[in-house]
Structures are given as C-alpha cells and as structure tokens.
Design a binder for this molecule. Structure first.
Ligand code: CTP
Ligand code: MG
Length: 224
C-alpha cells in the first residue's frame, strides 16, 4: 500500500541548549533534519513526506530539502499537535498507512524501517521500533520504592507505523479526553488498538542533550 511519512520538526530543542533548534545542527556536514529525512524518503512505498515546521522557521530554506514530494505543514504547541497537523493534511484514502519519525533521530537504519513496515503489514495493524531495556530499573524519588521487572520493558523509538485514518481519529479523541500523548503508540494504546513491538537498534538515538550529538557522530563514523 501507499505510505505517507510524517516528520515532526517544529520543536525548539530546549534541552540541547544550542543557538538554533537541534534539527538544524550539523552532523558530518549535513543538518540532523536531512539525516532523518533521507532513510524515510528512501522507502519506495513512501509517496509524500509531510514535514511539520515552526510557522516562522528561518532555517529550513537553507537545507537541501526541496524534493517535490515534501509537503510543509505548520507545527503546533507540542509534538502531538505537530503530528496531528500533518495527519490532517494527508489524503488517507490515497495513503492508508503513515510512518511517523522524529526529526531528531538521524541514525535510523533503513532496514529497520523496512522491517517495521513489513511486520505491521503482515499482522495488519500498527507498530513501533523499540529496544529492550537492559539496565535494572528502579521506581522511586530519592529512595527506591521498588525494582521494576525489566523483562517486558522497552524503549519506544521512531518510526512508528499506523493506519492513517485510525491514528488521526485516535489522536483527536485522546486529545479531546486530555490524555497525555508523547508518541503515536500512546494514542493507539489508549484506544485499545494493538501495537506491535519491532526490535530496532539503540544507535537510533534521539538527539536530546549536547552529549547525544557526539555519540551520534561516533555511531555515524562506525557505520561508514
Ligand atoms: N516537535 C515538534 N513540535 C513540537 C515539539 C517537538 O514537531 N511542538 C518535534 C521535534 O522537532 C523533534 C520531535 O518532535 O523532532 C521530538 O521532540 P523532542 O526531542 O522533545 O524535541 P524538542 O521539543 O525540540 O526538544 P526539547 O523538548 O528539549 O525542547
Ligand atoms: Mg520536546
């Protein structure tokens, strides 16, 4: 089936403490946004890419991202609003599935995106890339309350892949119910929809704090 892609890229990158939003910082000579877009556009079933950008973004024009199948939409107050704006722009009949990927994840492996899409289409419902938690996990504030059973804990990554109309409807309903939505899967879980966990790789990190950029540069060198 035809796939639409959504890349929310309208954040300010507060935790990165840089002079511009982190998606416009450079990694090996290219912006993080360009790195994140490339493997998504490389998927042959992806017909259109909807990029959510801040309405007064002064940086996008200087990137090399001018492909005909890139559609620009306005971002919103939070990530979920940026994603929803993009979903509202998609013709869900033409593109019944949607792949949502953070602009701040420049190192996702194309094979992992292919695997996610393939597994979801096999089972006929949505899913996400995730990695198993490897550390011993504790719940608590200054003192430990409990050790959280680790066996079934995962880190949620992106891309996340869902039927377009269903994702849009569930995000709208979850927002109306004032549910906190930090990724697409949370809206689907809230609606009791099944979401497949597809094991990805931990080098698909989200650039969040300054040290993440150095780590990403290191991974990039390893993969070359
Ligand atoms: N994002 C977005 N619209 C927002 C907030 C975030 O499109 N209103 C995007 C970011 O650009 C990023 C992705 O969502 O690609 C993941 O969000 P996060 O890592 O939290 O990025 P920022 O919100 O920019 O960073 P911070 O929370 O540190 O300010
Ligand atoms: Mg944020």
């Amino acid at each position: 089936p035809a796939i639409a892609a959504v890349i929310p890229a309208a954040g300010v990158g507060q935790r990165m403490q840089a002079d511009k939003p982190k998606q416009y910082l450079r990694l090996h000579g290219k912006t993080i946004l360009e790195h994140s877009v490339k493997p998504v556009l490389a998927i042959s079933a992806v017909q259109q890419l909807y990029l959510a950008l801040s309405p007064n973004d002064p940086y996008f024009a200087a990137t090399g991202l001018t492909a005909e199948n890139i559609v620009r939409v306005d971002g919103g107050a939070e990530r979920v609003h940026s994603v929803l704006n993009a979903l509202l722009a998609i013709d869900a009949e033409k593109m019944p599935w949607v792949l949502v990927h953070d602009a701040a994840r420049p190192l996702v492996r194309p094979q992992d995106i292919e695997l996610l899409i393939q597994r979801c289409l096999e089972v006929g419902h949505g899913g996400i890339l995730a990695t198993p938690v490897r550390d011993t996990m504790k719940r608590g504030q200054s003192l430990i309350n409990a050790t959280v059973e680790r066996e079934h804990l995962w880190h949620a990554l992106t891309p996340q892949f869902f039927p377009t109309a269903l994702l849009r409807a569930n995000i709208q309903a979850a927002l109306a119910a004032k549910v906190v939505i930090t990724d697409e899967a949370s809206a689907m879980e809230w609606a009791n929809e099944p979401v497949l966990l597809v094991e990805g790789h931990s080098d698909n990190l989200k650039i969040t704090r300054p040290a993440d950029l150095q780590l990403a540069a290191f991974y990039l060198e390893q993969n070359q």
